[in-house]
Design a protein around this ligand. Sequence first.
Ligand SMILES: Cc1cc2nc3c(=O)[nH]c(=O)nc-3n(C[C@H](O)[C@H](O)[C@H](O)COP(=O)(O)O)c2cc1C
Length: 137
Amino acid sequence: MPASVLRLTSAVRGADGRLLATPEYNHGVPGVLKNAIDWLSQPLHASALEGKPTAIMGASTGFSGTARGQMQLRQSFVLTNTPVMLQPELLVGRAHEKFDAAGRLIDDGTRQFIASFLVRFVAWADHQKGCPGARAT
Ligand SMILES: Cc1cc2nc3c(=O)[nH]c(=O)nc-3n(C[C@H](O)[C@H](O)[C@H](O)COP(=O)(O)O)c2cc1C
C-alpha cells in the first residue's frame, strides 16, 4: 500500500464513526471521493470501512443537494459492509446561497438541521456498537 493510503486507513480505523461530506459531480459521487473509498475498501471483509457506523451529508449548488451522489455512495457501502444511517438525510441544496464568502454556513435552518442530524448520528452510532458485525476500533 502507498504511504498515503496507510495514513488514511489508520486515521479512518481509529475513528468511532465516519461522517462523509460530499458535493455532487454530474449526478454522481466525485471521482476523488470514490477513489478514496476504493483504496479504503481493501482488503475486502477486513477493511477500515467494515462494520463501522457511517453517515453521509452533502451540499451542492443544485436544488437536489447531492441526493443522487449520496445514493451512489450508499451502493459502495453494501459491498464494504458499512452500516450507513438511513434517516435523516442531510441534503443542502442551493449551497451558494447558504454560505458566506469565507465558507461559513449562514443559513439558520440548515445550521439547526445539521445540529439535530449530528445528535441523531451519535445516538445511532452508539446503538450500532452492540450489533453483530460491529467493529470496536
Ligand atoms: C464537474 C462538476 C459537476 C457538477 N455537477 C453537479 C450536479 O450534478 N449536481 C449538483 O447539484 N451540483 C453539481 N456541481 C456543483 C458541486 O456539487 C458543488 O456544489 C460545487 O462544485 C462546489 O463544490 P467543490 O468546490 O467541491 O467543487 C458540479 C460541479 C462540478 C465542478
